[in-house]
Design a binder for this molecule. Structure first.
Ligand code: GDP
Ligand code: MN
Length: 396
């Protein structure tokens, strides 16, 4: 789960990570009020969306306005907020559609002396959490990994002990810090590691972490993603979810307990079991088709869930055909058929339907579908189902 920068910075504060003074605002007047209370001489006005690259990104409505604006008066804060709020920000990470900006973070801006990249994530290769750092701050880590991979430093962190002081100091030294700064920078590394482990984060990123002109350390940006599977342990963080930032169909699926990931193709797939769902997408691709989604209704799917799954698939306007591919084990094919029939009766069936039912109660399921009067194509093997679905969607 992703959260906004302003929310991440609140959490950073509780772990004693240094962040700029600031406040969030939903209107230009509120932004002005926040700026007045800060009483600073320079301000940063920052669009709050669940995507990075805001500094370089621009508003669809006015490409001269960026997602992060640094100004030097309260009037200009209000003006900048007015130009950003309610507008669509397009960055490298949002895709062309961009994201509607509903909040801005107004902060005291800093004079930057030095910026570095600092992050923490799970490294699959070393099977452990790692601190990731680079002296090249401000640049996106993806870009850096492509163009200057040797500039990225990684330090594995033992989840039992956290990042140890000697590790943190060695890293600070490698990044070119010296003197008294070493211990302060190391303190930030250790605090970030503590936060990452304690909050069950999947990603924590400070890009940039800066040294200001007067020698202070500050996290100018903050990104924090949580591991969804651990959210039950963090009810207060779960409440930070912003559904407006999520794919509405994926959000709906989560609500009803269906594993759904929206993809770019035209064939809507309804499958039980993650393995079969992946195999279904693979075989469609082998035959030149493109799945519109990954959808696993789960092992013991109820008719109700099948109905919801159907509605979710049909909620995607790119879907040109549906392939139901069920292997009945714990899930029973007659229950699946019942769900399909109810859903089709309720929401109609605007696209062709290909059904492959195997396993427990497959024959009953097929009979029910045949007697329902629904117009559908039945398939036997995986290959047969894939080819029929592709044809139903208008060919490859
Ligand atoms: P991102 O583009 O979405 O990663 O947003 P950031 O929070 O990283 O802001 C983008 C850039 O704006 C930063 O890399 C800084 O160069 C600049 N910026 C943000 N806050 C300040 C500030 O307080 N002072 C100055 N001078 N620049 C800032
Ligand atoms: Mn950033």
């Amino acid at each position: 789960m992703k959260i906004h920068e302003y929310q991440a910075k609140e959490i950073f504060r509780t772990y004693r990570l240094p962040v700029p003074k600031g406040g969030v605002a939903g209107t230009a007047q509120d932004a002005r009020r926040v700026a007045e209370e800060l009483g600073a001489s320079k301000f940063a006005v920052k669009a709050q969306i669940h995507a990075g690259g805001r500094g370089k990104g621009t508003m669809k409505e006015d490409p001269s306005v960026h997602g992060v604006v640094v100004v030097s008066s309260i009037d200009e804060v209000e003006q900048a907020a007015d130009r950003i709020l309610g507008k669509t920000l397009v960055t490298k990470q949002t895709g062309e559609a961009g994201r509607l900006v509903q909040k801005v973070l107004v902060e005291e801006a800093s004079q930057i002396d030095r910026e570095i990249y600092l992050g923490m994530a799970i490294d699959r290769a070393s099977e452990s959490p790692v601190v990731i750092a680079s002296a090249e701050g401000g640049m996106s880590i993806e870009e850096l990994a492509r163009e200057k991979p040797e500039a990225i430093l990684k330090v594995p962190v033992d989840p039992d002990t956290g990042l140890r002081p000697f590790q943190a100091r060695a890293l600070a030294l490698k990044l070119g810090f010296g003197g008294k700064t070493i211990n302060r920078v190391a303190g930030v590394f250790i605090a970030l590691a503590r936060l990452f482990l304690a909050t069950d984060a999947s990603l924590a990123e400070i890009n940039p972490l800066v040294v200001t002109a007067d020698g202070a350390l500050l996290a100018l940006d903050a990104k924090l993603n949580f591991d969804d599977n651990a959210l039950f342990r963090h009810k207060d963080y779960a409440e930070l979810r912003d559904l407006a930032e999520e794919d509405p169909l994926e959000a709906k699926a989560k609500e009803v307990g269906i594993n759904y990931v929206s993809l770019n193709g035209s064939i809507g797939c309804m499958v039980n079991g993650a393995g079969l769902a992946m195999a279904t997408n693979d075989i469609l691709t082998v035959f030149g088709g493109q799945p519109a989604n990954f959808l696993d209704v789960g092992g013991g799917a109820s008719a109700q869930q099948v109905e919801e799954a159907f509605k979710i698939i049909l909620g995607d306007p790119d879907v040109k055909a549906i392939w139901v591919n069920i292997y009945g084990g714990i899930a029973r094919c007659d229950i699946i058929a019942e769900g399909i029939i109810t859903a089709a009766q309720k929401v109609g069936l605007p696209v062709p339907l290909v059904v492959r039912l195997e396993g427990t109660n497959a024959r009953q399921g097929r009979d029910m579908l045949a007697q329902s009067g629904l117009e559908l194509t039945t398939a036997t093997t995986m290959a047969d189902g894939a080819q029929k679905a592709i044809e139903a969607a208008g060919g490859n």
